[in-house]
Design a protein around this ligand. Structure first.
Ligand code: KIV
Ligand code: NA
Length: 270
């Protein structure tokens, strides 16, 4: 069974598999498939809540989503993604918000979009018993700073700064590091330079693990980034099922006899 410590020890031989989930039934499928880490991403903002960016996502939204995912997960490590401005400004408030995910929602760890402002916080949370997954490269909570969702670490100076931050977060106690939308060679260099596993998204094949947004994998997303891969067509299946339902009601085909005289108790459903 994967744990924060087994993830920390992963050297890429048997890659870390990570997917997001935002609800109990999806978490159950992801967990039963043997995924090591389930991320309750702030991508819930785009994937489920109808926001254009992750910025409006609240601590309450991540908390209730984390609770749903954790209740349905038996084996995987559950990581709650700390939303924009819920951490990094005031230390006590950051600890409170991150601690809530473990104390009240049964997460195993939190993820922070990192920068120079999260090094001390990573140490503080780790010391308190809140494991931290770091995240460098494209950090979508900085979209207004970055001017868009651009690849990061594309020149030597930026790549060096990313490597320095990776080392600092490892030293501060982070148990793993997400690298998003960075050149494959930069991700490979960082992977070589640190002992904790790197988990890539749009970061090439040489990280110690991979993560994708589950809605992109399932084919449920309105838009998905070019570095993701669609492995299913859930949206197509939903369109078919809902269309068939509408047709069946309109034609009088549903409800049929067997749905119309149900005398059995349905108590055992609840
Ligand atoms: O919110 C999210 O889904 C993420 C992953 C893309 C790493 O942060
Ligand atoms: Na995120």
């Amino acid at each position: 069974m994967p744990t924060v410590n087994s993830v920390r020890r992963n050297d890429g031989e048997d890659p870390v598999t990570m997917l997001t989930a935002y609800d109990a039934p999806t978490a159950e499928v992801v967990d039963e498939a043997g995924v090591d880490v389930i991320l309750v991403g702030d991508s819930v903002g785009n994937a489920k809540l109808g926001y254009d960016t992750t910025l409006p996502v609240t601590v309450d939204e991540i908390a209730s989503t984390t609770g749903a995912v954790a209740r349905a997960t038996e084996d995987a490590v559950v990581v709650a993604d700390m939303p924009f401005l819920s951490f990094g400004a005031d230390e006590a408030e950051s600890v409170q918000n991150a601690g809530r995910m473990l104390k009240e929602e049964d997460a195993d760890a939190v993820k922070l979009e990192c920068g120079p402002h999260t090094v001390d916080l990573t140490r503080k949370l780790t010391d308190l018993g809140i494991p931290v997954m770091a995240h460098l490269g494209l950090t979508p909570q900085h979209v207004n700073q970055l001017g868009g969702y651009f690849r990061q670490g594309t020149d030597q100076d930026a790549a060096q700064k990313m490597l320095d931050l990776a080392r600092q977060h490892e030293d501060a106690g982070a148990f793993s590091l997400v690298l998003e939308h960075v050149p494959a060679n930069v991700a490979a260099d960082i992977t070589d330079a640190i002992d904790i596993p790197t988990i890539g998204i749009g970061a090439g094949p040489d990280t110690d693990g991979q993560v994708l947004v589950v809605s992109d994998v399932l084919g449920l997303s309105e838009r998905s980034p070019p570095f993701s891969k669609q492995f299913g067509d859930l949206k197509g299946e939903m369109e078919d099922a809902v269309g068939d339902y509408v047709d069946a009601v309109e034609s009088g085909e549903f409800p049929a006899d067997e749905h119309s005289h149900v005398e059995d108790d349905v108590d055992d459903l609840y």
